[in-house]
Design a binder for this molecule. Structure first.
Ligand code: AMP
Ligand code: MG
Length: 488
């Protein structure tokens, strides 16, 4: 591949370079009649690939058709806990690492999702449907624009290839980009599935050397890494909670070691605030309900700790204590990050003892009245009268507003300055389920303009964009009925 702006591929991607125990080299299986559905020019620009993305060979490569880009493509093996139960070996069942490229934003892994069967496909067909590919594309780009760490999506390529889910659909390929797609499950694999302590240690050492260089030379590398991952995860989940993001499938194989949001399946953003909201139709028990996400992340970190145990020298009991101690800061870091995020959401610039109680009361009122999560916080910058409208029990809101005004007076808060600050934190636009659904339905008819329009809106979630006001409205009646399940 020649051309100034074409990606420059490294010889091997990270896991591939670690040896045969970490996965399998194989080519992608192209889809038929590939065509662009969506592209993120914003991401392409930051990677220095914007001109390349306009070329025919880009479409070929990102549809899985052109394996000859000079690198060996690779599916990695991992394992994991799904819905709290050990699931054994999983792996890139429909994802394939195209390779690593050097970009102005640093080295990035480029991965296709939906590019065909791999040795880890199990009962699956190795494909992704157009519907879920558009959701992943919009979801990850929207999260990035919200300032939340995430894997990115460069493009969606559609095809005529039929794929069977509940009904017949067509296949698509998403190109995902991230510094690393490492998951908790990669560690669990060597600890529990293959019991290969040598590979586990190699993975641990290489991960630290490559992605956590500051931890090199730590007395106990496994504990140092675990603590850093715990802190990043705490901050990530606090950001999810603060924006009303529900992941939907927080299995340990869907947990990023770098603290990124990864694997967008039946995710969703809260509409009416219900702490018990379950966005994944397949999650009958509500294991991954909104309010449970911080606890589930901690549970998943314990699974990671368990996986790292064989990599710690010395008696098992001491090792176990060491790793548990490394997890401990999670709780305080989550609480600290969450309180800071919520303080910022209500426009507080300083910290006072009663802030948590003030915030809890607002969230309680929002939950009781099922106030729209995004609208309620966005309105708060417009003043009490505007916010009051989103509540049913207006007297209760007025009582809260009185406390809020008293608190603001403590820091001599300036209304205009505070409103500007809040509007940079509380988004006006999030990827509501019905918005994604409308874009998907149009795309299924061959019209991709709505997907691209939605991307453009979601790239500027904090801007007023009055011309797109309807995209910030409450969901229409019936939108709650849209079901998003694990089927993708
Ligand atoms: P997920 O819950 O989507 O993260 O997927 C869990 C596991 O199932 C991963 O190892 C995926 O690679 C695999 N998987 C999901 N869907 C498919 C599919 N259609 N074909 C092959 N593997 C799949
Ligand atoms: Mg997954």
């Amino acid at each position: 591949m020649v051309g100034l702006s074409a990606p420059r591929w490294r010889d091997a991607s990270f896991l591939q370079s670690l040896g045969a125990a970490f996965g399998t080299d194989l080519p992608p299986q192209p889809v038929s009649a590939p065509h662009w559905v969506a592209r993120s020019n914003m991401l392409a620009r930051s990677l220095g690939l914007v001109d390349w993305l306009d070329r025919e060979d880009a479409l070929a490569l990102l549809s899985g058709a052109w394996g000859a880009h000079g690198t060996r493509t690779h599916a990695s093996v991992y394992s994991g806990h799904q819905f709290g139960v050990w699931a054994g070996q999983l792996g890139d069942g429909r994802a394939l690492m195209l390779g690593e490229i050097d970009t102005p934003a640093g080295p990035m892994e480029v991965q296709l999702k939906g590019s065909g069967l791999t040795p880890y496909s199990r009962m699956g067909d190795g494909r992704a449907v157009l519907r879920s590919s558009i959701r992943e594309f919009l979801g990850s780009e929207a999260m990035h624009a919200l300032g939340i760490p995430t894997t990115r999506a460069l493009a969606v390529v559609g095809s005529s290839l039929p794929v069977r889910r509940e009904t017949m659909e067509t296949a698509a390929v998403v190109t995902r980009v991230a510094p690393s797609f490492l998951r908790f499950g990669h560690f669990e694999h060597f600890a529990h599935t293959t019991n290969d302590t040598t590979a586990l240690r190699r993975l641990l050492d290489a991960t630290i050397a490559r992605y956590f260089p500051d931890l090199q030379g730590a007395a106990e590398p496994a504990a140092a890494l675990l603590q850093e991952v715990a802190l990043r995860t705490a901050r990530l989940v606090a950001q999810w909670q603060a924006v009303g993001f529900c992941h939907g499938v927080m299995n340990t194989d869907n947990m990023s070691l770098l603290g990124l949001t990864i694997d967008y399946g039946p995710f969703g953003f809260l509409d009416a605030f219900d702490p018990g909201h379950i966005c994944n139709h397949s999650d009958r028990q509500g294991r991954y309900a909104y309010a449970r996400q911080p606890g589930v992340a901690f549970w998943n970190l314990h699974a990671l700790a368990q996986a790292l145990l064989p990599a710690v020298d010395g008696p098992a009991e001491a090792a176990s204590e060491l790793l548990l101690a490394a997890l401990e800061p999670y709780k305080a870091e989550y609480a600290r990050s969450m309180l800071a995020a919520l303080r910022a959401k209500i426009g507080l610039a300083s910290a006072h003892d009663d802030d948590q109680a003030l915030i809890d009361e607002l969230l309680r009122l929002m939950a009781t009245d099922r106030a729209d999560f995004t609208i309620a916080f966005r309105r708060l910058a417009c003043g009490d009268r505007a916010t009051r409208d989103v509540f049913i029990d207006r007297q209760a809101f007025d009582a809260w507003a009185l406390r809020y005004r008293t608190r603001l007076a403590l820091e001599s808060s300036n209304d205009t300055e505070r409103a500007a600050r809040m509007n940079r934190i509380n988004p006006k636009f999030v990827l509501r389920k019905h918005l994604a659904q409308a874009a998907i339905e149009r795309a299924q008819q061959g019209d991709f303009s709505e997907t691209q329009r939605l991307l453009k809106i979601l790239e500027r979630p904090f801007d007023e964009q009055p011309e797109h006001a309807t995209y910030a409205d409450h969901p229409p009646a019936g939108a709650q009925q849209i079901e998003v399940s694990c089927s993708s």
